[in-house]
Design a protein around this ligand. Structure first.
Ligand code: 4AD
Ligand code: MG
Length: 479
């Protein structure tokens, strides 16, 4: 094989270096003075003083930066000439005890393996930027301290969730993203089509002929993997699905996204009490784990975004959650003396202001509200014997409101069919779901937790747009 011209030049010191990269997190946690290391990352600041150059380097492995010192007269200094805030560098050097406070070691630069310039207009200069501004540079904002911390915690939370269910023997299934049934029966779905939107084929009555579409019928993005999860629970006992879900609700609020992640466990031979117990153990355990793993990041949220956050989360991990019947909750709201924007009486859906008052003011900790009126809940929830409520639960938390919605499922085929008819659902699309009741349809229950909502709650971010890498909300789809 002949080499392309110039290939001899490609044996840059970058490729030739025999040292493997050490993440900065490891350097700062375990690095020993005298150790030779190679680090790679992006320059947060550069300072030159009396011929000495100081760089603060971050590689995303932790919040803290590694201080790099290039001594006056060192030949490597020349190669650092193009380096400014935002530059990417690969550096080798010796760890030395740091005279500065806040870090045990710093890097005495020996060799520059790579130094890429960054344009002087780099939009993340050292000053503190607002979250609103950072949203406009979502492709760069993960290089800021706050968003860097949020997305690290997001990663750890994701793995803690999978770990929680794996440890308990739950089988994971990836529910389909394209679906033919509306899992919530609420109609807030995005259509998936390959038909020409300008001139779709029409039937003789003039309506769009979806039988000519890609799947031979109408299809949508899923709002929930629950129904498919139920099918799996009735074969594997305990299962969960965890993936993206989509809602075309035009809710332009700080806690609604059009694309968000939901984790949905489903258990066979389980009732609402078992469901609640699982939800509580789940929230407390994953939270405890992530708090443990990301102490430094949580300290930043506490300091800059929500004073008292750590005490709040610690309290959640250690204390049990409150449980309250919907009827009782409404009673408390009615006699609260608060001037709510939305009136509340038995039968009304709880609005965020009500949810927050209950969890923040009334009980001061996470709260399960159970047994909601059937008229405001989805078709699949099990009817209670009182004839007017269903075996539903919502978990409400301070600062956010609802983060979990769940229920025992209607396992009686005749009752479910009647309910679906009442609600005007197209029974032919749900025959398979009714089948699940017909063939060994044991009692079962599950819940859905909004992953992004939980992340808001634990990071103290008050807008869902700041915990989703590239958020999609009504009127906005960039990047
Ligand atoms: O209460 P929801 O609609 O319940 C379901 O979808 C059930 N199928 C779950 C189940 O029983 N398997 O949604 C569950 C959770 C909510 O509590 C909320 O945390 C989150 O999903 N969620 C949203 N998160 C962000 N943006 C939105 N638009 C959301 N809609 C719901
Ligand atoms: Mg809900």
């Amino acid at each position: 094989m002949t080499s392309p011209p110039n290939s001899s030049k490609s044996t840059s010191p970058f490729l030739a270096s025999s040292l493997l990269r050490t993440p900065i997190q490891r350097v700062l946690a375990r690095g020993q003075a005298g150790e030779k290391v190679r680090v790679q990352g992006w320059v947060r600041t550069r300072r030159d003083s009396k011929g000495v150059t100081f760089l603060e380097l971050n590689d995303g492995s932790c919040l803290a930066h590694l201080q790099v010192v290039a001594e006056a007269g060192h030949p490597a200094l020349r190669e650092l000439a193009p380096v400014t805030t935002g530059s990417g560098v690969a550096l080798e050097g010796l760890l030395v005890q740091s005279p500065g406070a806040g870090q045990a070691v710093e890097l005495r630069l020996e060799r520059v393996l790579l130094a890429t310039p960054s344009h002087p207009e780099y939009p993340l200069q050292k000053k503190r930027h607002t979250l609103e501004y950072l949203r406009t540079i979502a492709h760069l904002r993960m290089r800021s301290n706050t968003l860097g911390a949020v997305f690290r915690v997001r990663d750890r939370l994701f793995h803690a969730i999978h770990g929680f269910f794996r440890e308990r023997g739950f089988l994971f299934l990836a529910a389909p993203i394209i679906t033919a049934s509306d899992a919530e029966g609420a109609g807030a779905m995005f259509r998936v089509t390959t038909l020409d939107v300008e001139t779709p084929p029409r039937s003789s009555s003039g309506s769009v002929d979806w039988s000519k579409d890609f799947f031979g019928k109408g299809a949508h993005l899923t709002v929930s993997g629950q129904l498919e999860g139920e099918a799996f629970a009735l074969a594997y006992h305990d299962v969960y699905t965890f993936g993206p879900t989509f809602r075309a609700e035009n809710s332009n609020t700080a806690r609604h996204a059009a694309e968000f992640w939901m984790v949905e466990p489903e258990m066979a031979f389980a009732d609402l009490a078992a469901d609640r117990a699982l939800a509580e153990a789940f929230v407390r355990e994953v939270l405890g784990q992530v708090l443990e793993q990301c102490r430094e990041d949580f300290a930043l949220f506490e300091k800059h975004w929500e004073p008292g956050l750590l005490a709040k989360l610690d309290h959640v991990v250690k204390s049990s959650f409150e449980v309250m019947d919907y009827g009782e909750a409404v009673g408390h709201l009615e006699t609260s003396g608060e001037a709510f924007q939305f009136p509340v009486s038995w039968g009304a859906d709880l609005q965020t202001e009500h949810e927050r008052w209950l969890t923040e003011k009334k009980v001061g900790r996470p709260l399960f509200v159970v047994n909601y009126p059937k008229a405001i809940k989805a078709f699949y929830m099990r009817a209670n014997d009182d004839g007017r409520t269903v075996a539903a639960m919502d978990l409400l938390v301070p600062g956010v409101g609802e983060i979990i919605g769940g229920s025992q499922r209607e396992d009686r085929e005749d009752v479910l069919r009647e309910r679906m008819r009442e609600m005007g659902l197209p029974l032919e699309d749900y025959q398979w779901y009714l089948d699940l009741r017909r063939y060994g349809g044991v009692p079962h229950a599950g819940f859905g937790m909004g992953f992004d909502r939980l992340l808001m709650y634990i990071t103290g971010m008050s807008n869902i747009r700041d915990v989703i890498p590239f958020p999609r909300v009504p009127g906005y789809v960039e990047f």
